[in-house]
Design a protein around this ligand. Structure first.
Ligand code: NCD
Length: 317
């Protein structure tokens, strides 16, 4: 794999291969020494033009557990115009010998620009670009679902017939987009629920069904309920009247949480707005996969960095 830019262009076989390598990485995480020498001598740069907690530390942990050298570059607040600053930054990273660049950027398509440019040869991993995609989040979510459902027998399996309901701020969510593409390629049935103002135009062409009533969606007892953060920082206008009203109609509150089926799971990519899109009871329950998602994120990112970096210079670690 040369780059990882989106899940939209991942076919089922490739997606399963990444998840299977992540299973191997997860096994390594169970050992007393959680480190592999695989990427020794390789340099991974975390280039973050947007805030992040878990994604950045997760990529850092993943790279370090594969023995790569990691450079964290937080470019937030740069006043240089975006195209230019990206070019200059990329050329700088190329000059210091970056083998892989993990990039988060507020502009949709920025990782693609880097991957297609002549500025840098490194493998590019998209860690979230604007409202476009967040492929490693989609992969870690698929990994988490597959593990919860199939346990130790997860390797090689897809998500055929698993019903996933994604709820909330779909409009601004790259997590929702990456999940829609990936989960549907893996055979899951994806249903989207949002207020009409937060449902993207063009969603009709996505491989997902949609609805506007959360109670109705939960009454069908989906296997997975994925709550999205209300991304206030991406909202230039008012998309709903008040937080209270949002939570009443679109939040996974205690009453709705009680409606969920016994074997169902509650997901959230984090950071959570507790009390807005999800109640603490739901977030901290045994159905919640929130911390599993974080832990699995490290294994999935190890797999992605390994696959992007291993073939590149013709060495087999
Ligand atoms: C997501 C993101 O940044 O897109 N967070 C994450 O990576 N865990 C979702 C969000 O910010 O709501």
């Amino acid at each position: 794999m040369r780059h990882l830019l989106s899940t939209r262009d991942l076919d089922r076989a490739t997606a399963i291969e990444i998840l299977d390598v992540a299973e191997d990485m997860a096994d390594v995480q169970q050992r007393a020494v959680r480190k592999l020498p695989t990427l020794r001598g390789r340099t991974v740069v975390n280039l973050f033009f947007e805030d992040s907690t878990r994604t950045r530390i997760s990529f850092e942990a993943a790279a370090k557990r594969l023995s790569a050298d990691v450079i964290n570059f937080s470019a937030k607040g740069s006043s240089v115009s975006k195209g230019e600053s990206l070019k200059d930054t990329a050329q700088t990273l190329a000059a210091i010998g970056a083998d892989a660049v993990v990039i988060r950027h507020p502009a949709s398509g920025a990782p693609q620009v880097l991957a297609q440019s002549a500025w840098i040869e490194a493998g590019i991993v998209n860690a979230g670009d604007g409202t476009h995609e967040h492929p490693t989040q989609g992969l870690l979510d698929a990994f988490t679902i597959r593990r919860r459902i199939h346990g130790d027998a997860a390797r090689g399996r897809d998500l055929d017939g698993i019903r996933v309901t994604i709820v909330g701020d779909i409009l601004h969510s790259r997590v929702a987009r990456s999940n829609v593409w990936l989960l549907s390629s893996l055979g899951a049935e994806v249903h989207l629920v949002a207020p009409a103002t937060l449902m993207p135009v063009g969603v009709g062409s996505w491989p997902a069904t949609r609805g506007y009533d959360l109670d109705e969606a939960l009454a069908t007892k989906p296997d997975v309920v994925m709550m999205l953060r209300v991304q206030a920082e991406r909202m230039s206008a008012a998309f709903f009247p008040t937080a209270r009203e949002y939570s009443r109609y679109w939040g996974l509150d205690d009453r709705r949480f009680a409606m969920l089926g016994a074997g169902s799971m509650v997901m959230h990519p984090g950071p959570m707005n507790r009390g807005l899109e999800i109640s603490s009871r739901a977030a901290d329950s045994a159905k919640s996969t929130v911390l599993e998602q974080v832990a699995n994120g490290v294994s999935v990112r190890m797999a992605v960095l390994y696959l992007v970096l291993s073939g590149e210079k013709g060495e087999t670690p």
